[in-house]
Design a protein around this ligand. Structure first.
Ligand SMILES: [Zn+2]
Length: 164
């Protein structure tokens, strides 16, 4: 599986809900975990592999593989914190992003079971980053506009080179 990069329109789409959690979705989930681990990532959202559906996978510092299908963030803490983020779709760029410290998320797993998870630390961070992908939002949208413009320009040039 190839991870799509900044500049690909699919990253900007508002992803649609997963209608049925079936074998096709389960094998997609497996492939997404493989791709994520191979790329040294800790989270991967379906739009990043070109599928505009509401699904992401996470494996944060506790090592637990978590699947979020049709997730909803139902609560966020008032306390904010800053953390350096990166994204498999924006390789080799890292920057500090301010987000709520804790989140509560509701979703279904790959077996269709509904769960509610209260997360803090790195897990809360990854969940928010991946959830953004489903909304067509990238972490560079949350940094200074002039820095974002530079990153976008760099990737535009790179993409132009690759298509020549
Ligand atoms: Zn990302």
């Amino acid at each position: 599986m190839e991870v799509v990069r900044l500049g690909n329109d699919v990253l900007r789409d508002h992803a649609v809900p997963v209608e049925e959690i079936n074998d096709e979705i389960r094998s997609l989930v497996e492939e997404m975990f493989d791709t994520m681990v191979k790329s040294d990532g800790i989270g991967l959202a379906a739009p990043q592999i070109g599928r505009s559906i509401r699904l992401f996978v996470v494996r944060a510092d506790d090592g637990v593989k978590r699947v979020f299908i049709n997730p909803q963030i139902i609560a966020t803490s008032q306390e904010m914190c800053s953390y350096e983020e990166g994204c498999l779709s924006i390789p080799k760029y890292y920057d500090d992003v301010i987000r709520p410290e804790r989140v509560t998320v509701q979703a279904r797993n790959e077996n269709g079971r509904r769960f509610t998870l209260e997360a803090d630390g790195l897990l809360a961070r990854v969940i928010q980053h991946e959830y953004d992908h489903l909304e067509g939002i990238l972490f560079i949208d949350r940094i200074a506009p002039e820095k974002k413009a530079k990153v976008e320009e760099k990737f535009r040039k790179k993409a132009a080179k690759e298509t020549v």
